[in-house]
Ligand binder design. Sequence first.
Ligand SMILES: [Zn+2]
Length: 194
Amino acid sequence: MPLSLLRWSIALFILCLLAPTAFASEERRRSMPPPSRKKPAARKVDPPRQLVRISGGEHLRRDAATAFEQMYSEARGAGLWLWVISGHRSWKEQKYLYRLYRKGLGARAARPGRSNHQRGTAVDISVGSTHTRTYEWLAANACRFGFRRTVKSEPWHWEYRPRTTLVPSPGQDCLGRLLEPPVPPEGVATPSPS
Ligand SMILES: [Zn+2]
């Protein structure tokens, strides 16, 4: 057998050996479902390391808890209680609430891993409606403490986002309304027109 023919035979032999595997993997690729266009699976939210108890018994991440307590005591000064229904939630709690929601048995709840309650930076405050004194106070003041509403359909849900929450200009509240000048204490003479 000439040498070149021998080489060709060997090459052909190797090709025959490899071909079925190559075709098989091609076949496998084809039978696999096309890449999903859905968002990738939610990443588990790591539980915040430092949870702190806030007024009312719920817990928040330390920085959010400090800001909340300041807001809470200022609201108390205005004669209001900020009653927190839900603060930090564990993965298990979020999963439970999400299941209730999916069954139509509970309020709207985010898929586990997608809720800032799991980060300990969200609070659900009992506000009643958007026409109560509590809600109106929050709308006018919460931004000064780094809290703001993030879900349009949930007036009770407030999140601590100090970096992206705008602080009002001096003399204005969170809604851009002018604040009334402070009333001078009794005994202090107010300038009268002469
Ligand atoms: Zn909430």
